[in-house]
Design a protein around this ligand. Structure first.
Ligand SMILES: [Zn+2]
Length: 214
């Protein structure tokens, strides 16, 4: 499996330098666990910059399973990728450290429209959360006070004419307003990192936002 949407160089360089908030690092590490292409680019940056895995936050690399998984991902064999995912969870091993690896044991909060979220405790100002969005649901039209990184873990969503599927990552900055729409028959499970609250354009989501802290 190869992800269709990737990280830009600046993002990978900052990640390689270990200078990002944990929430960003988590989103990037999650994409890397799906994406041999970005993984090998990160390795190149690390080699160029003299940065090694030893310099990355321990929480992102202390999972032996992740190291084994990433090594195998470099071999780019779909069967091996499947081996790296647990049978009971769609969560890649990098997220097991944060969630216990079982979606059903995560403490979900309903945030309206059938959407559920679980904030993942991380150090720093940026916030990481898992979102479960039912099939056919569109996240209300919103802009961003800052950057937003979204990694698809299951299902897929469309944003304009682009389709984001498992492993894909989308980076959105403060200038973008969009209304991603879950397509297909499955719910969409995403990991989302943000550094500022979303800016909803209509009144009702703004009210909901006060309760959901989106
Ligand atoms: Zn990639």
């Amino acid at each position: 499996m190869a992800a269709g949407f990737h990280l830009d160089e600046d993002c990978l360089l900052e990640y390689g330098a270990g200078s990002l908030d944990e929430a960003w690092g988590l989103a990037i590490a999650t994409h890397l666990s799906f994406c041999p292409s970005c993984r090998s680019r990160t390795m190149e940056f690390e080699a160029l910059g003299g940065v090694t895995l030893d310099d990355l936050p321990a929480s992102l690399i202390n999972d032996d399973a992740l190291a084994v998984c990433l090594k195998r991902l470099d071999e780019e064999t779909p069967a091996t990728i499947q081996h790296c995912l647990t049978r009971t969870s769609v969560l890649p091993s990098v997220l097991h450290h944060y969630t216990g690896g079982n979606l059903e044991k995560v403490q979900w909060r309903r945030v309206g429209g059938g959407v559920r979220q679980a904030v993942i405790p991380t150090e720093g100002k940026a916030v990481a959360r898992l979102l479960r969005i039912p099939a056919g649901v569109a996240v209300p039209d919103h802009g961003h006070g800052g950057k937003e990184l979204t990694v698809v873990l299951s299902g897929c969503y469309a944003d304009g004419d682009r389709l984001f599927q498992r492993g894909d990552i989308q980076e959105v900055d403060g200038s973008v307003e969009h209304s991603p729409n879950v397509v297909g028959t499955e719910e969409c499970l995403c990991l989302v990192a943000t550094d500022a609250p979303l800016k909803f354009k209509s009144f009702l989501p703004r009210v909901a936002q006060r309760f959901a802290r989106l």
